[in-house]
Design a protein around this ligand. Structure first.
Ligand code: ZN
Length: 83
């Protein structure tokens, strides 16, 4: 049986056995599959992050819009009568 091609951070090759000479053992095949899942997860995270950023932007812009509208286009503020 050929050895797994995975190299640990320490520099040693995995002692696991692979079915194919250019393949990994079962444990490291799972790691590769997990990384592809994480890649997909990061795409979802980016989309969610953009969505949240858009919401925050709108939440910030709405009061700003009303403030500017009242400031420049609103009815003139009547002076309060002070007794
Ligand atoms: Zn391995």
């Amino acid at each position: 049986m050929p050895r797994c091609l995975h190299i640990f951070d320490s520099g040693f090759q995995c002692i696991g056995e692979a079915l194919d000479p250019t393949d990994f053992c079962e444990a490291h095949q799972r790691v590769v599959a997990f990384e592809s899942d994480r890649l997909e997860d990061s795409v979802w995270r980016k989309t969610l992050l953009r969505f949240v950023a858009l919401i925050l932007l709108v939440m910030f812009l709405i009061p700003l819009f009303y403030t500017l509208r009242d400031l420049y286009f609103g009815p003139p503020v009547k002076a309060q009568e002070v007794w």
